[in-house]
Design a binder for this molecule. Structure first.
Ligand SMILES: [Mg+2]
Length: 348
């Protein structure tokens, strides 16, 4: 997995830009009824009746956001789509269309770009969204990938960061910190590989963590669950930068405080084991790690019965009056102030 892949190489210049676009878009099948026109005109045409549209975009740059020495191109394509879909779901909206833009240097042959798009299309098909446009161009060095996602929902269903009330429950989906620890494993193996390229690492014990890093899944299922349970969170955000800063975003936008209970934070056993191996504190990792792509939301207490006992959800705390601030309550019952970036264990 860490070895760079050998491609039979077809140079991109053989196809030209239009040839490349035709090649990459030839198998698109549109499935969303809101897509009136996809690829093939000057612009895509979308139609959504009586609903509001949500739009989000993300730019990923080689060497800044991803490292191709351990990130296979197919995974990169898949993950880039997930990052965007996760933001659409964080608005409690259904994702429906994507545009894909890439800039590539001549270091990448056609076969490498095909693999990137294989990941993009796998994600789009799995989540039922249409690829309706984009752009390809050359770059002087490296790979740059920008994805825009469109979604929609009726106005009453859209959830902002700003709706939390002081007595609401604070709830998170899935488990946290695994993607960050997966990255630590991959970074470590990359260093081992540099010293000894013959070394074949046994990554089996870390499979879950590496999968969370390389192939995250956006929580479309949770949005569908909300609909089925007939609940609408009061505020929501996706966990891309670590729990601490995401809680702070909700507090700031909603003008409330929060109490987060350390003992409630959901952790996978594999994540706990690897934290011990790396001598890292698992709570610190969940607070300041990142890339979990879970949903963090607040819920009116009257809706507690709907989520009670459901393994997708963990109540990790509750909101408070703004003047009380945002704090972590440790297992030892200490109160520690949460910070925008990570947490400061020396305060109070
Ligand atoms: Mg987000």
């Amino acid at each position: 997995m860490l070895k760079s892949k050998e491609y039979t190489s077809t140079s991109l210049s053989q196809l030209g830009e239009f040839g490349l676009i035709d090649h990459l878009t030839q198998h698109i099948k549109l499935t969303q009824k809101s897509t009136i026109k996809g690829v093939g005109d000057d612009a895509a045409v979308l139609e959504v009746k009586d609903q509001q549209m949500v739009l989000t975009t993300d730019l990923l740059i080689e060497g800044v956001h991803f490292d191709l020495s351990y990130m296979p191109l197919k995974h990169l394509g898949y993950k880039a789509v997930m990052v965007n879909l996760s933001d659409v779901y964080a608005m409690n909206a259904q994702a429906s269309q994507l545009t894909i833009s890439i800039a590539v240097s001549n270091r990448f042959p056609l076969e490498a770009i095909e693999e990137l798009y294989a990941g993009i299309y796998l994600a789009a098909n799995t989540y039922g969204v249409d690829v309706v446009g984009g752009d390809t161009t050359s770059s002087t060095s490296g790979l740059l990938l920008s994805i825009t996602a469109v979604g929609h929902a009726v106005a009453e269903d859209i959830v902002y960061r700003s709706g939390a009330k002081p007595t609401d429950l604070l709830v998170v989906t899935g488990d946290l910190g695994a993607a960050y620890m997966g990255l630590q494993i991959l970074e470590r193996e990359k260093e081992v590989f540099k010293v000894n390229p013959q070394n074949q690492p046994d990554l089996d014990p870390y499979a879950y963590l590496i999968e969370r890093q390389l192939k995250p899944e956006a929580r479309k299922d949770v949005i569908e669950l909300f609909k089925k349970m007939e609940i609408v969170p009061t505020s929501m955000i996706d966990v891309s930068d670590g729990l601490s800063s995401e809680i702070m975003h909700l507090c700031k936008a909603s003008k409330v405080g929060a109490k987060l209970y350390e003992e409630k934070i959901p952790l996978d056993p594999a994540m706990i084991n690897v934290c011990e191996e790396f001598k890292l504190d698992s709570t610190t990792i969940t607070l300041s790690g990142g890339e979990d792509y879970e949903l963090l939301f607040t819920l009116d207490q009257k809706d507690y019965d709907a989520i009670k006992g459901n393994p997708n959800f963990t109540v990790i705390g509750h909101m408070t009056e703004e003047k009380e601030g945002a704090h972590l309550i440790t297992r030892a019952n200490q109160q520690i102030k949460l910070e925008d970036r990570g947490w400061n264990s020396f305060e109070e």
